[in-house]
Design a protein around this ligand. Structure first.
Ligand SMILES: Cc1cc2nc3c(=O)[nH]c(=O)nc-3n(C[C@H](O)[C@H](O)[C@H](O)COP(=O)(O)O)c2cc1C
Length: 196
């Protein structure tokens, strides 16, 4: 089976990339293949243009979007790996969601269960702040994205939130997150893994 992974970070030396490599190792260890899309390297355009929006009615899909949809259609699972910036994924990843997960491909409108993409999804995110449960940061950082997955019919694994990452973060903490990302890769296609 194949896992489509979107990596959204402008610096290949970042911890986000290290997590992406660990995740890939886990997927392969479990006997699956991986298609890794590096959104910055591809210079994926995050902009929904007026012309593109108008074309949603006619069914025309620009080539850069169509190729992403083809990869997603052929995937048995989806993973998003990114840093949290102002509580959100980087704009390039938000743009991917807005341009690729369009009506007719990812959902149908006017239906209670609107989703068309019946696959598991995994978020792996790096975060500068430490988890402070009373502030409900987890909900605030991930609930919108989990809602997108759910609307499109995807079954989310619990997000791997890598808290407290800054220049002073101890190597042992980083190693724990790397191991956790590897485990996410191994488990992404295990259907009885706990869902949110
Ligand atoms: C533009 C920007 C916005 C950020 N916003 C947040 C934020 O809202 N919450 C937070 O905890 N950390 C925030 N951070 C810190 C990043 O989450 C953190 O530096 C990053 O996840 C570390 O992983 P990396 O080495 O892969 O970049 C922000 C960083 C940048 C550059």
């Amino acid at each position: 089976m194949n896992v489509l992974t979107l990596v959204a970070h402008p610096q290949p030396g970042s911890f986000t990339y290290a997590l992406a490599r660990a995740f890939e190792t886990g997927v392969k260890k479990a006997g699956h293949s991986i298609t890794q899309v590096d959104l910055y390297e591809q210079k994926f355009s995050a902009l929904v243009t007026g012309a593109e929006m108008a074309s949603w009615k006619s069914g025309y899909v620009p080539e850069d979007v169509r190729s992403q949809q083809t990869m997603l259609k052929q995937a048995n699972a989806l993973a998003l790996i990114y840093p949290v910036w102002w509580g959100m994924p980087p704009a390039i990843l938000v743009g991917w969601l807005q341009r690729v997960l369009i009506q007719g491909f990812a959902f149908e409108s006017g239906k209670q269960r609107a989703g068309l993409l019946d696959i598991p999804a995994q978020i792996i995110a790096t975060i500068g702040s430490k988890d402070r449960p009373g502030e409900r940061l987890f909900e605030s950082y991930f609930s919108d994205l989990l809602g997108v997955f759910s609307y499109c019919g995807m079954h989310s694994h619990p997000p791997l939130a890598c808290w407290g990452l800054n220049a002073a973060t101890h190597q042992s903490v980083r190693n724990d997150y790397i191991n956790a990302a590897l485990t996410c890769g191994e488990n992404i296609l295990i259907s009885n893994h706990s869902k949110v």
